[in-house]
Write a protein that binds this ligand. Structure first.
Ligand SMILES: Cc1cc2nc3c(=O)[nH]c(=O)nc-3n(C[C@H](O)[C@H](O)[C@H](O)COP(=O)(O)OP(=O)(O)OC[C@H]3O[C@@H](n4cnc5c(N)ncnc54)[C@H](O)[C@@H]3O)c2cc1C
Length: 400
């Protein structure tokens, strides 16, 4: 049986970025995904916020043109314009981004198994020393030994269940079509629609950066049917906003988005969770890409220590409790969004957003770096863990 330091299930943004960072630290990684081709069946619009592309490097050609303008619409299509002096958003070319990160992983020595499903994990014979993981490709089963098992397998994580960690219980669903052929009539823009019929508890959106257009709806699955809602949205509203004459649908994307906040128990002596599997999504905006990168970066530090020092207890430092406090306000605002069920209440809420304090709040939610999990939190936390454990901040690999 092959032995790996770390086995990562899921090659979405969280799993890829973690693999890439770990192989840079000389950790021996197996990365597994059930997809044959990572650029297919994508389930994100791919809107990155300023904070992310300011703090992380993106390979050339993987981000679309910058967007500084948001139009927010009430159910009656009353419009609130939000303009920033910064380049606030860029829509990722996600297929190209995943493939570029995968290429870095392969060049760094990561073993990658595509079209391979995770089937389960059992505790290794020496308690707490790791797991025996079962994988399956084309009906053929294989087992590998691993010191650390990572669940980067999305919102409904099987790894979380097998490791006895917390699992997501609250989510909304998103469904969208990606289109070409929409002429650029002005500067790139994101249009967001508050509408309890078409997007109960969240938003409908049109994001158009002059190259790619994304048209989608999101909301609580118990309160709407996303496919029918998207159809109505495209019939009733979209043609009023963008030129649809030459619109050509090239892709459909969708999936669950956990909105209950970062889970509490996301690590134990056998492994840990990152990305959607850890609930690392802003409960209010449902943005998960920035948290994916930040939590994976932090996970890489913890895992590298665990491997270098051969001490499974290192993984116990990876706890969701610290992050949860930061999500408290956003969780309350999510509750408020879920409570405002009628169109009339939503229209009144939008009228309030049009006032001076309302506009300030809207700009804070859409534009401020603080609207997503704070980098300092993770920086402080990892710094605290580092100093608590080794008394200084010497490079991780010095101990190996
Ligand atoms: C429609 C939609 C639009 C969104 N838009 C945005 C946005 O614009 N901006 C933003 O910040 N966030 C957005 N989000 C949220 C964001 O996309 C996610 O938080 C993020 O992509 C999660 O990445 P991940 O790597 O954790 O999970 P995923 O991208 O879900 O990756 C999980 C991977 O695990 C693999 N996998 C799962 N189970 C197994 C198994 N048993 N065996 C092997 N492999 C397995 C899957 O094939 C997949 O490749 C959106 C979400 C949705 C659904």
């Amino acid at each position: 049986m092959k032995h790996y330091d770390v086995t990562i299930i899921g090659a979405g943004l969280a799993g890829l970025f973690l693999s890439k960072t770990l192989c840079d630290n000389d950790v021996r990684v197996l990365l597994v995904d059930r997809k044959q081709d990572l650029s297919k069946s994508i389930h994100t619009t791919g809107i990155f916020v300023r904070k992310t592309f300011e703090d992380f490097q993106f390979p050339a050609g993987t981000l679309g043109p910058p967007i500084s303008h948001i139009s927010l619409y009430s159910p009656a299509l009353r419009k609130i314009e939000l303009e920033s002096s910064f380049e606030e958003f860029r829509v990722g070319r996600m297929g190209a981004l995943y493939n570029s990160f995968l290429q870095d992983c392969l060049e760094g020595g990561v073993d990658f198994r595509c079209a391979t499903a995770y089937r389960g994990a059992a505790e290794y014979k020496n308690q707490g020393r790791g797991s025996i993981v079962t994988l399956e490709r084309n009906g053929v089963k294989e087992t590998v030994e691993t010191s650390v098992l990572v669940g980067a397998d999305g919102a409904c994580s099987n790894v979380a269940k097998d490791l006895g960690l917390d699992q997501n219980r609250h989510w909304i669903v998103g469904y969208e079509e990606v289109a070409t052929g929409v002429p650029a009539t002005g500067s790139p823009e994101i249009h967001c629609f508050l509408n309890n019929r078409l997007a109960p508890g969240y938003l409908a959106w049109i994001s158009s950066d002059g190259e790619e257009t994304h048209i989608g709806v999101g909301g609580y699955p118990s309160r709407f049917d996303p496919r029918s809602a998207l159809k109505v949205f495209k019939q009733e509203i979209v043609p009023q906003i963008i030129e649809t004459g030459k619109l050509k649908i090239v892709e459909k994307r969708g999936g669950k988005i956990p909105v209950g906040g970062v889970l509490k128990r996301i690590g134990n002596r056998r492994g840990l969770l990152v990305g959607d599997a850890a609930g690392a999504v802003s409960p209010l905006t449902a943005g998960g890409l920035d948290p994916c990168l930040r939590l994976s970066k932090f996970a890489a530090e913890i895992i590298t220590r665990r491997i270098c020092e051969d001490d499974p207890d290192r993984l116990l430092d990876f706890s969701g409790s610290m992050f949860r406090k930061k999500f408290a306000t956003r969780l309350m605002m999510r509750l408020a969004l879920n409570t405002a069920r009628g169109q009339v209440a939503l229209e009144a809420g939008c009228a309030l957003l049009g006032t001076v304090p309302g506009l300030r709040l809207a700009k804070k939610i859409f534009f401020e770096r603080a609207s997503f999990p704070d980098i300092d939190l993770i920086g402080d936390f990892s710094q605290k863990v580092v100093s608590k454990n080794i008394g200084d901040s010497s490079p991780l690999m010095e101990n190996r």
